[in-house]
Design a binder for this molecule. Structure first.
Ligand code: AMP
Ligand code: ZN
Length: 488
């Protein structure tokens, strides 16, 4: 299947026509979250960007196998094998088992991505579920001579690898330059080379998560899991590998080296990187202390926020910038997106009610082609959205009776709007949900008022029945002097 889709490939630093390895099938691997704390809005930006990409590939008719992992072991605080294990540290802090930490934040991550209306990936594998696959890779790299053992820890030999391949091709850096940027090895270090990184790390007796291996008890290095899980589910070479830009220099660079050393082929054909969400120009991150939680954004409870914004406003705000541009977070920008989103949704609703009349006096026929052209140009959602707004102006003219639209053109327009707003941008009207919510609240109030009436009439059977059945459904009902209060 060939489309005119062009993707910016970090490897070649240019836009390339997208040609999948296997006809109409696409294999896409995206680095998922490290589930030791709540995801912040910056993380969400990356996952929402890949959701848009996934949705557009589906729209084009590809059968996509989308793999996004969960990092639930092996991620140390420093990217280069130093510092504490993030899970163990958090587990001690919260007095929980590391796997309780993993469960808690995995559930939270899924909840948030559901609220943002993202599709689940086809496979969501975990690092702890693939320890034996990771050990197999370490064995193969050792056999190929690109790794060495030091007291139960296995290091990747970057300089040896660089004799045969180019380490750092992803960021186009030469080994000498990379070496210059790293600190000298101290006397304590077990590593041979400054850029060497751990594939497998020897556990200390107190290490909470450890597994047996041919080199003793230990745990995998962070980069290894992605090599193991991508090749297991997508093959040694697959179409697209994605993640945030901050992963290029170390995580993805090391992943390419591992996969190449193990399988003797480059892992992915197209490497895609999303740009960062920033706050006043500073990358949003937990360490910078500017990491908004999505829930704080929805409720407006963060000190930097003037008010709350709905999930779809936030999703629209993200789609209004290209995934490779930085996106700066501000109250003004969000307010503008809030207005834009409601204009789009109201216009879409108006379109549903429009009637056709005679022939078209407005030009609408090219809208699908224009939207596709924008998305085919490296998923340019802001341009696609601007085409939808242009069409909205025409729709409003028809609505006001100043222009006309034929039945065929109207059907096509409705179909293009549905496709791009709902299927590709993943936006949905929020009024429906909130009306549903209101109606539900009113229905409970109605029942409890009937119970009050029954009580006044000393009809205890009815009043108890209402109370008991609502309680069984999980409602908490409190009698007050003015009547009642309830919550769920
Ligand atoms: P982590 O949980 O830290 O492994 O990150 C999960 C994903 O979020 C990675 O792909 C990161 O590149 C991405 N990410 C982290 N911070 C930001 C940010 N400020 N903006 C966009 N993506 C980010
Ligand atoms: Zn990864």
């Amino acid at each position: 299947m060939e489309h005119n889709l062009y993707i910016y490939n970090t490897l070649s630093r240019k836009k390339e026509q997208f040609v999948p390895l296997h006809e109409d099938k696409v294999g896409m691997y995206v680095c998922g979250p490290t589930v030791y704390s709540d995801v912040h809005l910056g993380n969400c930006r990356t996952f929402i960007s890949f959701d848009l990409i996934y949705r557009y590939l589906l729209y084009l008719g590809y059968k996509v196998r989308y793999v996004r992992n969960i990092t639930d072991a092996g991620h140390l605080e420093g990217d280069r094998d130093e510092g504490d294990d993030k899970f163990a540290k958090k587990a001690k802090l919260e007095q929980l088992e590391p796997m309780e930490i993993v469960q808690k934040y995995t559930v939270g991550f899924h909840e948030i991505l559901n609220i943002f209306n993202t599709f689940s990936p086809s496979i969501e594998p975990t690092a702890t579920g693939h320890i034996s696959e990771q050990i197999e890779i370490v064995k193969k790299i050792l056999e190929s001579g690109y790794a060495y053992e030091k007291a139960g820890t296995i290091y990747f030999d970057v300089e040896k690898y660089n004799e045969d391949f180019q380490y750092g091709i992803l960021t186009n850096r030469k080994l000498e330059d990379l070496l210059e940027g790293t600190r000298e090895l101290g006397g304590q270090d077990e590593k041979k080379g400054r850029l060497d990184f751990a594939l497998w790390i020897k556990a200390k007796p107190e290490t909470l998560m450890q597994w047996p291996s041919p080199w003793g008890w230990g745990f995998p290095g962070w980069h290894l899991e992605c090599s193991a899980m991508s090749s297991k589910y997508l093959g040694n070479t697959f179409d697209i590998h994605g993640g945030g830009m901050d992963l290029q220099a170390t995580h993805h660079t090391n992943e390419i080296a591992q996969s190449q050393a193990c399988n003797h082929v480059a892992p992915a054909k197209y490497w895609m990187h999303t740009n960062m969400l920033t706050v006043n120009g500073v990358r949003m991150s937990k360490s910078a202390g500017n990491g908004f939680l999505p829930k704080e954004l929805f409720t407006g409870s963060h000190p930097l926020l003037e008010k709350g914004y709905s999930p779809m406003t936030v999703r629209f705000f993200m789609a209004q910038s290209h995934y490779r541009s930085t996106l700066d977070f501000s109250n003004e920008a969000l307010q503008a997106s809030e207005k834009g989103f409601s204009r789009l949704i109201e216009g879409y609703a108006r379109l549903q009610k429009l009637s056709a009349l005679g022939s078209s006096s407005i030009e609408t026929g090219g809208l699908r082609a224009k939207c596709e052209e924008a998305m085919n140009d490296d998923f340019n959602s802001p341009i696609m959205i601007s085409h939808l707004f242009d069409a909205l102006r025409a729709i409003n003219l028809v609505h006001d009776g100043k222009e006309t639209i034929s039945a065929t053109d109207l059907e096509e327009l409705k179909s293009v709007f549905k496709t791009f707003i709902e299927d590709v941008l993943g936006l949905k009207s929020e009024t429906e949900a909130s009306t549903g919510n209101e109606a539900y609240k009113k229905a409970i109030d109605l029942l409890l008022n009937m119970r009050l009436e029954a009580k006044q009439n000393k009809d205890w059977t009815t009043s108890d029945k209402i109370r008991n059945e609502l309680t069984a459904l999980g409602f908490e009902i409190k009698d007050t002097k003015d009547g009642f209060e309830w919550k769920i």
